[in-house]
Design a protein around this ligand. Structure first.
Ligand SMILES: Nc1ncnc2c1ncn2[C@@H]1O[C@H](COP(=O)(O)OP(=O)(O)OP(=O)(O)O)[C@@H](O)[C@H]1O
Length: 244
């Protein structure tokens, strides 16, 4: 069991979190501390509660019991403003690539010249230079997901949640997104990401959360969890066996 106190910047804590539906607990996590030095990857079979946990951490769902604490404070508007989330299917505005980024920057009160410079910087970061005027809806799946990540990064978040962002992408598109995630992590953005790709967890994670049946069955340093899992559920999942 890890200590409930943490000194790390952007530390996220879950205390006695529960989500119920029809008298059944869909999510039941007594304690979880995300304070590692790099990306946290959440793994587990379908229906394990990974997306529910991510949505709770981002404040999109209010739990029936318990709370999420960021840097020692219960998750409120100020904490949520320091977070961003990217979904499996990128949600983009029916505007050009640049206008999608401009929208976010303008809302933050950034002036025109500064926005222009920041947009150029972001497009270069996502390998989308040359696509600024293209309608966002006409981008390929990989490009659209890169734009969704850039739009999240435009908010300068301290924490970035990603829910299976590469599940529909080919290996090269996946690799580009993994590089963006690692670069953001190196710039101290706390990354919390759901994946079904065990190889991806090996490539990205500093710590791994294994979930099953709405519970966290294991949380620890990535190499340890992925190479020598302690729980039967983790062992079966990682071996590709049936987890019931
Ligand atoms: N709004 C809801 N109302 C009722 N049940 C829900 C709701 N959202 C999720 N669930 C249930 O909670 C459980 C966990 O769902 P969740 O989406 O978190 O799983 P997951 O681990 O992300 O699965 P997958 O890998 O398939 O995306 C599932 O049984 C799901 O049907």
């Amino acid at each position: 069991m890890r200590d409930l106190f943490c000194d790390a910047v952007n530390c996220l804590k879950v205390e006695n979190l529960q989500i119920r539906s029809n008298g059944k607990a869909l999510l039941d996590v007594s304690s979880l501390v995300l304070d590692g030095p790099g990306p946290t990857l959440i793994l587990g079979p379908n229906g394990a509660g990974k997306s529910l946990l991510l949505r709770c951490l981002h404040g999109l769902i209010t739990p029936d019991r318990g709370q999420v604490v960021q840097d020692g404070k219960p998750l409120g508007a100020a904490q949520k403003a320091r977070q961003a989330m990217v979904f499996q299917k990128p949600v983009l505005l029916r505007r050009s690539v640049a206008a999608n980024l401009d929208f976010v920057l303008k809302r933050q009160g950034m002036g025109r010249r500064a926005r222009k410079a920041r947009i150029a910087e972001l497009l270069a970061e996502g390998g989308l230079d040359g696509k600024a005027r293209q309608p966002a809806r006409s981008l390929s799946g990989g490009e659209a997901q890169r734009l969704a990540i850039l739009r999240a990064l435009a908010l300068d978040p301290e924490t970035l949640f990603l829910d299976e962002p590469t599940s529909a992408l080919d290996p090269s598109a996946t690799q580009m997104i993994e590089r963006m995630i690692l670069r953001a992590s190196a710039l101290a953005v706390r990354i919390v990401m759901v994946t079904h790709d065990i190889g991806q967890a090996r490539r990205l994670a500093s710590d791994v959360v294994m979930m099953q049946g709405g519970h966290v069955v294991e949380h620890g340093v990535a190499k340890q969890v992925l190479n020598s899992p302690e729980s039967d559920a983790s062992r079966r999942y990682l071996a590709g066996g049936l987890v019931t």
